[in-house]
Design a protein around this ligand. Sequence first.
Ligand code: PGA
Length: 240
Amino acid sequence: MNIDIKQDYPELCAAVAQQVIDCVAAKPDALICIAGGDTPLGVFAALVEASNDGRVDFSRAFFLGLDEWLGLGRDDKGSCREMVWHHFFDKLPLRDEQICFFDGLTNDPAAECQRVDAFIAAHQQIDIVVLGIGMNGHIGFNEPGVSAENTCHVVDLDPVTQAVSVKYFGEPRDVKQGISLGIKTLRAAKRMILMASGEKKSAIVAKTVQTESSSDIPSTLVKDHPNVTLMVDRAAGGQL
Ligand code: PGA
């Protein structure tokens, strides 16, 4: 795994955004997956700016959602759908058919998994995936103990993830399950970026680098991907 440590969060986000821009320049109809959560917010802003400036053209690109809380929809503050649309999709001139995102309000999660698996299969491969590393090492909702053989699947959320979620929702919400791309799906991507920012992520970043690949720390399960880079700011890389 390559490691790239940037000075601060803005520099980190600019560098991650540039990776996405380069991917689309090389393949205008690329399939792009960028996590929700706080970590990539600066990447979204940098990409919107690049689109407005004409430095990237997303008109032929496709976007894939990474995960969603089951039971929450776009009107629920802090849902992945709400965050990603608010900070990214709503600010770009995209057509609906360019986006495939889990519907957290589905009453048939298994069918929803099949729908998203089929979308990825139709595109053959995710061209670039930008993942945030969670406090417990989760990537998407691939929680500690996850199988590396999963494609899209429904997840019982880890207590750490449930506790962290309050910061998105502004209040505790009764969310016990999520739906997520699986480790197998992610590992099949052409290019992977594992991203972390801030001192609070420094311990899990160090564990990701220093621990043998183990389902106890899902972020370690992609370390041996042939084209993965861990991109962090100095604060998150402070224990490396
Ligand atoms: P975030 O992720 O910092 O990108 O919001 C937090 C977590 O999943 O633990």
